[in-house]
Design a binder for this molecule. Sequence first.
Ligand code: PXP
Length: 240
Amino acid sequence: MSKVKLGVNIDHVATVRNARGEIYPSPLRAALIAQKYGADSITIHLREDRRHIKDKDFLEINKKLKIPLNLELAPTKEMLKISLRHKPNYICIVPEKRSEITTEGGLNLKKNRKLIRDFLKKFRAKKIRTSLFIEPNISDIKVAKEINANCVEIHTGKFCNLLNKKKSTFNEFNRLKKAVNYANIIGLDVHAGHGITFESAKILSKIKGIKEYNIGHFLIGESIFLGLKKTIKKFKNIIN
Ligand code: PXP
């Protein structure tokens, strides 16, 4: 069986950069380092309000990356225009609300079926692999298949939140497992993402049939701690 893939989401490198309006830390540099050390793909979310990744980041990364770039976008006219022009390898359609801190839930495929179907058709024509970010429910998975998505990315946020709050994850874990099994049975590739930590990844990895995890916020945050020692040593050397 092929190895489970890791997509590294680098949005929050841009969050740190933008907090000071600086040119560092560079999302491109993060993408290239992730590529060098084994990431299977890089994910960025070009939000309507450009709160983290900017158009320039997307263009630079899209040009220089050798592994696949997965662009997350909301189904808007602007995003359609940008993505069809620059053709990233993968596109994951996500819902987007301006007031949310992060992508709070999956797409409403019942309400937006026709819109999303038309987007998928346009991406397919450009040979872009498509994915839909959805809640772990069977009815949305059925619609995803009917409108010809290549993959579904199952939202793991609820499971991860319950785990962080030390609440019971039993029902949500089973809901995820059922959703993954069903999607596999009807021939969809299954990805998973949102809120994943070392602890939740360990539990989620017991669900067979998830081909790819997309992990960002925790991974970037944890990298600070894995890198502090070296960075402090380097500064001490420089100032002495
Ligand atoms: N997958 C999708 C579709 C997302 O929208 C996000 C958040 O941008 C992630 C994965 C990564 O979530 P996190 O940053 O919590 O790891």
